[in-house]
Design a protein around this ligand. Structure first.
Ligand SMILES: *[C@@H]1O[C@H](CO)[C@@H](O)[C@H](O)[C@H]1NC(C)=O
Ligand SMILES: *[C@@H]1O[C@H](CO)[C@@H](O)[C@H](O)[C@H]1NC(C)=O
Ligand SMILES: *[C@@H]1O[C@H](CO)[C@@H](O)[C@H](O)[C@H]1NC(C)=O
Ligand SMILES: *[C@@H]1O[C@H](CO)[C@@H](O)[C@H](O)[C@H]1NC(C)=O
Length: 294
């Protein structure tokens, strides 16, 4: 039986019923080295992103914060975040990741390694050392930094350093590639660099991202070379010239699905002014917020 007079009423209901479906997913922030979720800067960052996007955001801590960010091996850090995201009811339907510096490698570890985790839709990377770094991140004179310096001066690819200094897991010295491949415990695995140990699950999971937003900072003084933010890197053997992501073997042989994502138009290569992770509010609105709003 027709009842035209009720149609506007039903349309009204439908419009409202549709809203929860289009509601954006929450996001998590993964911080970099020497930082922690309880710092005012990181609280502001997470809150500002929430304010701009209208979406709930959570900074996920790894262990005790600053110290563990330096000294806990990255695979273990990723394992901790993996367990956290699996337990969070808020993330059950999926979520987005905002990575800061080293936090991006933890985030990718979660995407690639974490069994039974909720799906990650958009991955927004601010200054991620995705292809490695050729120099140690800036530290300072605090006691743990001096300890870190001592570790670095000793053998970076020794088992001891690999087990006790997080950034050693992505230090890729272009003049020591064989050693790196043999001894570095994190990045070769994360990037599926080892022919005998490639895991197609990592590729399948990483290439399931809806968007991968790679933000490079033009005046980055921490990442050497800064092109690593886009998966670009030095050519093997040389410190003096970098190649763009599309010319790396990781891309050409599609070890983790970067090429697959790129060909599908899902990789955004963004360059912003500023030093390491110092994103301006306007660039945040332009390049980060839209991906948090679904
Ligand atoms: C955090 O934000 C408040 C106001 O929103 C500001 O006064 C403060 O300086 C910020 N702190 C940091 C460390 O960015
Ligand atoms: C976010 O919005 C709240 C409420 O308007 C405000 O109190 C807070 O200062 C804002 N945070 C930042 C970092 O701007
Ligand atoms: C590949 O990685 C997945 C996810 O961590 C794991 O479950 C699987 O056992 C791995 N496969 C091999 C052959 O190592
Ligand atoms: C880079 O370094 C290599 C050896 O260290 C040298 O042969 C080459 O000429 C250098 N290239 C540039 C562009 O400086």
């Amino acid at each position: 039986m027709d009842s035209p007079s009720l149609m506007p009423f039903f349309s009204f209901i439908l419009v409202f019923a549709a809203i929860p479906v289009s509601l954006s997913l929450p996001f998590v922030v993964l911080h970099g080295i020497g930082s922690q979720c309880s710092s005012q800067g990181l609280k502001n960052f997470t809150e500002l992103l929430s304010n701009y996007s209208g979406v709930e955001g959570y900074c996920l801590e790894v262990g005790n914060g600053v110290l563990d960010s330096w000294f806990m091996p990255l695979e273990k850090q990723a394992g901790i975040v993996c367990e956290k995201v699996k337990k969070m009811e808020e993330l059950k339907k999926g979520y987005n990741i905002v990575g800061l510096s080293q936090g991006n490698l933890i985030g990718r570890g979660v995407v690639e390694f974490c069994d039974g985790a909720p799906p990650v839709k958009n991955f927004i990377s601010l200054a991620g050392p995705h292809a490695g770094i050729a120099s140690v991140p800036l530290c300072g004179s605090a006691i743990f930094c001096r300890f870190a310096d001592e570790l670095i001066k000793s053998e970076i690819y020794s088992d001891y350093v690999q087990d006790h200094l997080a950034p050693s897991g992505f230090l890729k010295l272009p003049n020591a590639i064989p050693k790196y491949l043999e001894k570095c415990k994190f990045l070769p695995k994360l990037n599926n660099e080892l022919p005998q140990a490639r895991n197609s699950t990592y590729k399948q999971r990483f290439s399931s991202l809806q968007n991968l937003v790679l933000i490079m900072f033009e005046h980055d003084t921490v990442l050497v070379p800064r092109e690593t933010s886009w998966f670009g890197y030095y050519k093997d053997g040389a410190f003096n010239s970098t190649i763009p992501p599309q010319q790396t073997k990781l891309y050409i042989e599609d070890w983790i699905g970067l090429q697959t994502l790129d060909k599908a138009g899902r990789v955004k290569y963004i360059s912003v002014s500023g030093d390491h992770v110092k994103i301006s509010n306007s660039d945040m609105r332009k390049y980060v917020v839209p991906y948090l709003q679904g």
